[in-house]
Design a protein around this ligand. Structure first.
Ligand code: FA5
Length: 332
């Protein structure tokens, strides 16, 4: 008499003890293999008395199917728990995600903004795509004026319509006009932003550059305030020992005009243009130039960054060479 129930109990008990792949394989050989115990029962069916054959044959076949299922389930359980223990190895050192860092021009721009904020300036921004009128005409640079050559211009293609001409601003000075349209004195503001010039590049010139415009308008302001403010700023930025040079320069929207240079590699590096806001610009803003005066400046942020970090060629800033950029990691 074949006791299928006892056989099944024994098979399941030994399956439960299989703790790894190798013992599962061994179990399979013992129970379901070609000479396995269940296989022998099935083979022996033909030797049984005729009346027992159907019960034992059908029961053993069912048992075979159910043991196949049991061994498959046990195998996937083993695999799942092995994956679990592999996933978290708490003893491994962590993998640090690669962190980006701020670009040296962003760092310098932020530092300049902080310095001017400490000196009581507001900070605003203006459009990169500008109207010809603001970039030139209303700054007293009409079409055909030779001063337009100082700012080689990248025009935004006009599609043949007769609307106002647009360009990529060549400097941040158009924001002097835009700001004066909206605000009345006292004004003390800086405008950081990107400018574009159709210009050949060299060690101190890029075709894309960042400027910080400054505009101060109030009663009784003189050239002494301009010079005092810029000198205080330069000392805060570079320390008391910095050597500076203040010279006459020409810009149509100031009178008089000047430039400020800083000692750099045994030479002078011009960092900004400046001057007293032209009385006509004050008047165009609806203010009385007898009462109100002011000064303005436009500073090159890449130039300041060159001085600050000792960079000898301005073109490094936008080459996107990570060997250069990595040197600024961790700076704020
Ligand atoms: C101007 O753009 C005037 N708008 C500045 C100004 C503002 C004058 C207000 C008076 C009153 P300039 O073209 O010189 O001027 O540029 C100003 C500064 O921007 C320069 O001193 C220099 O530091 C920087 N700069 C100019 N051109 C480039 C360039 N191609 N690459 C990098 N920096 C530049």
């Amino acid at each position: 008499m074949v006791d299928l129930e006892a056989l099944e109990a024994e098979a399941r008990a030994s399956l439960a003890e299989a703790g790894d792949e190798a013992s599962l394989d061994a179990w399979r050989v013992v129970w379901l293999g070609r000479r396995g115990r269940l296989t022998s029962v099935l083979r022996g069916v033909r030797d049984l008395p005729v009346e027992e054959r159907p019960r034992v044959g059908a029961g053993a076949n069912r048992l075979k199917v159910s043991l196949e299922e049991a061994v498959a389930a046990h195998r996937s359980q083993l695999l799942a728990s092995a994956a679990d223990t592999d996933a978290i190895d708490v003893t491994l050192p962590g993998r640090a995600p690669p962190l980006g860092s701020l670009h040296p021009i962003t760092l310098t721009r932020r530092m300049l903004e902080r310095t001017f904020r400490d000196m009581g300036f507001d900070v605003v921004e203006g459009p990169d795509v500008e109207l010809e009128e603001y970039n030139f005409d209303r700054l007293r640079i009409p079409a055909g004026h030779p001063a337009r050559d100082m700012w080689d211009t990248i025009w935004v293609a006009d599609d043949g319509d007769s609307g106002p001409r647009q360009l990529l601003r060549t400097h941040t000075s158009p924001m002097q006009i835009r700001y004066l349209e909206r605000r009345s004195p006292p004004i003390r503001v800086i405008v950081p932003g990107t400018c574009y010039r159709y210009e050949a590049t060299d060690a101190t010139h890029e075709w894309m550059l960042t400027q910080i415009e400054g505009l101060v308008i109030d009663r009784n302001l003189s050239m002494a305030h301009l010079k005092g403010t810029l000198e205080a700023f330069v000392r805060r930025m570079f320390g008391a020992d910095i050597e500076t040079r203040f010279r006459c320069d020409y810009f149509p929207f100031v009178e008089p005009g000047a430039e400020l240079g800083v000692r750099w590699q045994g030479d002078w590096l011009e960092i900004l243009g400046c001057g007293m806001v032209h009385p006509e610009i004050i008047e165009d803003a609806g203010l009385d130039p007898e009462l109100y005066t002011g000064f303005a400046f436009g500073m090159g942020v890449e130039r300041v960054a060159m001085l600050r970090y000792g960079v000898r060629d301005i073109r490094h800033f936008y080459r996107n060479d990570v060997r250069f950029l990595r040197q600024f990691e961790g700076r704020r």
